[in-house]
Design a binder for this molecule. Structure first.
Ligand code: PLP
Length: 366
């Protein structure tokens, strides 16, 4: 039994998230026989010249997409963004005892907590007082000149809260958890010391973690840093110090190719803006749905909304799922609904969701 392309549902999952249909079809086509070799790419040695050529090409595509300067290394690691919460201080603290952290929600809090065994995480600004509904302004950041780095999360996947600016941290390297926003809009990589992202939101399948690190930050890892997570060692070994997540890496390469074919990141950003605008307009014009995030800080990737009558939540989820609109339940910590609308979620999905939301409101809240 096989599912055809037109039986696929609209998937609003926060992660692991929707992948482009064209990428999945290509992977399906190549699954049993990659490049006429009679084996799957996932059955090959990562040391095989053909595999190495493929991942080198994937990195070049990413560099082209993000316009990554030559003095940055791109690492393809394992462990997820959560593992990076600990590997960051291990790699970057050097002989300094502390790093600065901006708190804008659950993921930045987890990063702060994970830092504790290695040094002091100084929370230099927090949105907690605003219920995590708006991000701190640049003037509110209590920056410490001797911090090893400043960490922040440009897009809080759970709260649906996004920065509308890149913090200026002077000479202190800026570190960004871009798990749910990477590749969604153009950024200037040169403004960052380290960018990292778990793959399963906007890059590819789970299992792969991207780390983009400025070269001068390498080489200060603590001696007890596990070797596969020592940035300098992985950079020196082209991310193949040990076996990398070979299939996820291959799929990420296909996604990079798909993005380039579709006009790159600025074309995606235009689409993403249209998608988010459509959805927030629907929410703002309705009496049933609401979003409390300050307008400039509304996430374009994770659109959260509440129903005025929470007792309708179950019905909303049942009926949306029956119409092929999947995974709209908000994170258990915030409740309500969340539509994650990453690059791979087409505008048709948004339109279908909007039609459902308006119809649901008419039937249950008119
Ligand atoms: C999903 C997510 C994480 C956690 O990623 P894992 O790969 O599960 O460790 C961390 N930060 C952000 C912003 C995320 O969206």
């Amino acid at each position: 039994m096989s599912l055809t392309a037109n039986q696929r549902q609209f998937n609003f999952c926060a992660g692991p998230a929707a992948l482009p249909l064209a990428v999945l079809e290509r992977a399906q086509l190549e699954l049993l026989d990659w490049q006429g070799r009679g084996v799957s790419v996932m059955e090959m040695s990562h040391r095989h010249p053909a595999y190495i050529a493929m991942v080198e090409a994937a990195e070049l595509k990413l560099r082209q997409l993000m316009n990554i300067p030559a003095n940055y290394k791109v690492l393809f690691l394992q462990g997820g963004a959560t593992a990076q919460f600990a590997f960051l201080p291990l790699n970057l603290l050097g002989d300094r005892g502390s790093a600065d952290y901006i708190d804008t929600g659950i993921w930045s809090t987890k990063a702060i907590d994970a830092m504790a065994p290695y040094g002091e995480a100084k929370v230099i600004a927090s949105s907690q007082g605003q219920n995590y509904h708006q991000v701190p302004r640049q003037e509110q950041l209590q920056l410490n000149a001797n911090a090893a780095y400043v960490h922040y999360c440009p897009n809080e996947t759970i709260g649906g809260l996004a920065f509308d600016y890149v913090p200026n941290t002077g000479d202190v390297p800026l570190v960004a958890d871009m798990s749910s926003t990477i590749l969604s809009e153009p950024i200037d990589v040169a403004q960052f010391g380290v960018i990292y992202a778990g793959a399963q939101k906007n890059i590819g399948p789970a299992g792969l973690t991207l780390v983009i690190v400025r070269e001068d930050l390498l080489g200060q890892a603590r001696a007890d840093t596990p070797r596969p997570f020592n940035y300098a060692l992985q950079a020196a070994n082209d991310s193949m110090l040990n076996t990398p997540p070979t299939y996820s890496w291959y799929l990420a390469g296909l996604v990079f190719e798909w993005l380039l074919e579709r006009g790159g990141i600025s074309a995606m950003a235009q689409q993403n803006q249209i998608k988010a605008d459509l959805l927030y307009q629907t929410i703002d014009q309705s009496r049933l749905y609401s979003n409390a995030i300050a307008v400039p800080n509304r996430s374009k990737m994770n659109v959260t909304f509440m129903l005025a009558d929470e007792s309708l939540n179950t019905l909303f989820l049942q009926q949306s799922e029956a119409q092929g609109l999947l995974h709209l339940k908000g994170h258990r910590s915030v409740g309500g609904m969340r539509a994650s609308i990453y690059n791979a979620v087409p505008v048709e999905a948004i339109k279908a969701l909007i039609a459902f939301m308006q119809d649901f409101e008419q039937r249950h809240w008119a």
